[in-house]
Structures are given as C-alpha cells and as structure tokens.
Design a protein around this ligand. Structure first.
Ligand SMILES: Cc1cc2nc3c(=O)[nH]c(=O)nc-3n(C[C@H](O)[C@H](O)[C@H](O)COP(=O)(O)OP(=O)(O)OC[C@H]3O[C@@H](n4cnc5c(N)ncnc54)[C@H](O)[C@@H]3O)c2cc1C
Length: 415
C-alpha cells in the first residue's frame, strides 16, 4: 500500500521535503497543508512586495504545474490545530482529520505581537505572510512617513524598502548600534553608512513606551525618554517565535521549537514525526547544542534531509552549519556558523577585500574555523561553510581568501 506522508507548512522546509519524498517514492501519497493561501513563495523578498516594488510572480518559487507534476496535494488555507501521535492524525481548524504514516512539522515561525499600549491601532503592522503584506501595501500608498520599530534583520529590510518608495523613515533601534548583534563592528559601520546614504533617520537607544492615536488611528510613537515621532504608519519587527502552539498537547518535546535529533526525528518512539526549518530545534554542528537556524538556506537543507529520512532514502545526518545571507543596500552579507557571536576563547581575524565594501571576518577557536561574517565575497562562503563543518585548521585561510575573485555580480543573481 502507498505510504501517506503529511507535511504541515508550505515553506522551503516543507516543500523541499515533499520534493525529496517524491523523488524517492513515486507511489507515495503526499499532502501538504498550510495556513498560507499562496503556494511557496520567496519569503525574504516580501518586504519588496509589501511596498509594491515587485509583483507576486517575482516571488513565486515553483513553476506553474509543479505540484500537479510532482503529485503533491497542496491544501492551502488549512490550519493545523492538534496532533494526536497515538492515532497518527492531525486535526485542522475546519475539524478535518488528516492521517499519516510519516509526518513533517514545518510550520516555521511567526512574528511576536507587540504589547505596547496602542499596538492595536489602525496603521500598526507586523508581517510574516502575504496577507499581512497585502494590507501593508495598501497602507503604504496613503502614507507620507513611517516609523519602523526594531533594529533586527527584518526591521532593516523594511526601513530600506519603505525609503525606496520615497517615504520619510524614522528607524527606532533599541541597541546602541544599528546592526548589533548580527554584524561585527566594521559591518555595523558599513550598514550605518548605507542607511545614512539612503537618508533614513536612525534613532539608536530608542525604547518605545506607547503608540498613540485618535479615532482608533495611529498618530504618533512615544519613546520612554519623551521623544515623540508623528506618523500614521508604524511597522513593528521585534522578533519572532516558533509557530508550534498547535502542538502543545501533543506530547512532543518542545523548547524553542520541536526538539529533533541529528536525523531530524522528533524524540518520538515510533520514528513517525519529523521536523525541519524554523519550527525545528536542531543539534547544531558548531554550537553542539540545540538551536533554531532561522534562515532560508538551512530550511531547504533541513527539508531535504527530513524528506530523505522520512522516505527511507538511507538515514542521513543533518550536519549543515548556519548560513544567513542578507542584503542591506549595496552590501551583501553572509553570516556563517557562529556569525558575529563572540565565542569564549574565540579569536577574530579580518581580511580586507578589494573595495571597502568587501571583507571577511573569520572567528577561530583553538585554531579551528567556527564562524564568519562575509561581505561582498560570496564565493568564499561555500568554502568557509565547508571549513566550519569539517572543523578545518585555520592556517591556510589567508591563502584561500586571497585567491578569491571579486564576485558581487555572482551574488546579485541570487536576489
Ligand atoms: C520578511 C522576512 C525576510 C526574511 N529575509 C531573509 C533573508 O534575507 N535571508 C534569509 O536567509 N532568511 C530570511 N528570512 C527567513 C526565511 O524566510 C525563513 O528562515 C524561511 O522561510 C523558513 O522556512 P520554513 O519552511 O521553516 O518556514 P516558513 O517559510 O515560515 O513556512 C512555514 C509555513 O507553515 C505555515 N503554518 C504555520 N503554522 C501553521 C499551522 N498551524 N497549520 C498549517 N500551516 C501553518 C505558514 O503559513 C507557512 O506557510 C526572512 C523572513 C521574513 C519573514
């Protein structure tokens, strides 16, 4: 009898797993259920979509006909609400029941909802999916200025994209330095310069007290130090949390996500439940502890391994280190392994590129490469990632980096 594979979540982890399963098992029944109303799209470009810079077709990842051709049943607009491991069923908000032989949990993360007084006023937005992006798009059309709260990676994206539409942007950053803690000091300096060139008003050490308005419409954002910024539009990006609430009574081990072993299996007795992508807390090869790798590339890599192991393709371990790529203005970063994290006993080594916007910062510990921040040198990222995963010696690194060609053009093709 054909095996039944159920995948919850239609992002890169879920769809890559579905594809891998199909490649290994041509008879399998593969069902993907997802709360999203649109098939898999390239989430890192939602900010551009939300300000009307690009159309929906530019962020669709799979060609038309992909799901039919691969015989992947896509049940969109379907929210999983409960897992019963004993009965091997998932229940949905419509009270439909989906059975499975193997289940993949790939529900990703969702934005932390702000709790400031006034957060529910009209004109206040967070964003993770296309529905929220659509709403924001409408609001942007009527706005003259916007306040962005949160200096993280999404906040930076949105501040930049809002600015490209001509809006005046006030960017409120809680930390002392924009870019901290994701980027090293040099990277932060480059980022600061980019935002200065864009004429974004960056306010550091900014702590929001409340959002205020009249007739239920946002009018201003007030800081704890008394400063006030008038605006009818506010975008809040203060972090994300794993979207695994629906599993709370399932008996699965959950911390910052579903705890999985090196094969991406949940710690379950019968090997039926797997997890991948932002929903999964994997054993990281560098940190040697369970973490969530919150980026696109690793979600794909995990989906591939999970799909393989679910469909009996010969058990493969997940041993991929984190690789977060990030564009800020004209800067193309990759944060690899420990990225900018300061390791106890770690040493930082800088390599200058041919232009001031190209550099590599490699962190070593006990002579081994454990992490890197790379800017404008895309080709080196593959080698660095490899060095980290193989725990390579650092001694050859300067030769490796010097031999690299300038490759910003190559990198730009990814976007
Ligand atoms: C605005 C933005 C910008 C980003 N920029 C970058 C970037 O520059 N570089 C980078 O590497 N990464 C970036 N990321 C992160 C990257 O997009 C994610 O790491 C990646 O999408 C994670 O993939 P995933 O498959 O684990 O989860 P997701 O892509 O989040 O997909 C999860 C899916 O599960 C569905 N779902 C959730 N709960 C349920 C439920 N209960 N029932 C059914 N379905 C459910 C969701 O609707 C969604 O379709 C960005 C993310 C955002 C939001």
């Amino acid at each position: 009898m054909a095996k039944a594979y159920l995948i919850v979540g239609s992002g890169p982890a879920g769809i890559t797993a579905a594809e891998r399963i199909r490649n290994l098992d041509s008879d399998a029944e593969i069902i993907v259920i997802s709360e999203e109303k649109t098939p898999m799209f390239y989430r890192p470009r939602i900010p551009e979509y939300a300000v009307g810079k690009i159309g929906i077709e530019e962020i669709m990842v799979k060609k038309k006909g992909f799901y039919v051709q691969k015989k992947i049943q896509l049940h969109l607009g379907t929210r999983a609400t409960k897992l019963d491991k004993k009965k091997r069923v998932v229940e949905t908000s419509e009270k439909n029941i989906y059975g499975y032989d193997k289940l993949l949990i790939a529900t990703g993360i969702s934005p932390i909802e702000p709790k400031f007084p006034g957060s529910r006023l009209k004109g206040v937005f967070t964003m993770h999916d296309l529905i929220q992006a659509e709403r924001l798009k409408v609001a942007v059309r009527d706005a003259k200025q916007v306040v962005v709260v949160g200096g993280g990676l999404l906040g930076m994206d949105m501040a930049e994209e809002f600015r490209t539409t001509g809006l005046h942007v006030v960017f409120l950053v809680r930390r002392n330095s924009l870019g901290d803690p994701f980027f090293d000091e040099y990277g932060c300096k480059l980022i600061r310069d980019e935002f200065k060139n864009m004429e974004v008003e960056v306010i550091t050490n900014a702590e929001v007290q409340s959002l205020e308005g009249t007739n239920n419409q946002l009018a201003s954002v007030l800081l704890t130090d008394g400063r006030r910024f008038d605006s009818n539009l506010c975008f809040i990006a203060i972090g994300a949390t794993h979207a695994v609430d629906w599993l709370k009574d399932s008996g699965l081990k959950i911390e910052n996500g579903v705890l999985v072993d090196r094969y991406l299996r949940s710690h379950d007795d019968d090997d039926a439940v797997f997890s991948a992508g932002n929903a999964a807390q994997i054993m990281d090869p560098v940190f040697e502890k369970h973490i969530v790798q919150t980026n696109w590339i690793n979600a794909i890599a995990q989906g591939d391994i999970a799909g393989n192991n679910m469909a009996g393709g010969g058990l493969r371990k997940y041993e991929t280190t984190s690789n977060y790529f990030k564009r800020v203005g004209d800067l193309f970063f990759n944060l690899i392994g420990t990225g900018n994290l300061r390791m106890k006993g770690g040493k930082r080594n800088y390599f200058k590129g041919k232009t001031p916007k190209e550099y590599v910062m490699v962190t070593t510990k006990e002579g081994r490469v454990v992490g890197a921040v790379v800017c404008g040198r895309h080709k080196i990222t593959v080698k660095l990632k490899d060095s980290i995963e193989k725990q390579s010696d650092f001694s050859n690194m300067d030769k490796l980096i010097d031999q690299e060609e300038k490759s910003i053009e190559d990198l730009s093709k990814l976007f």
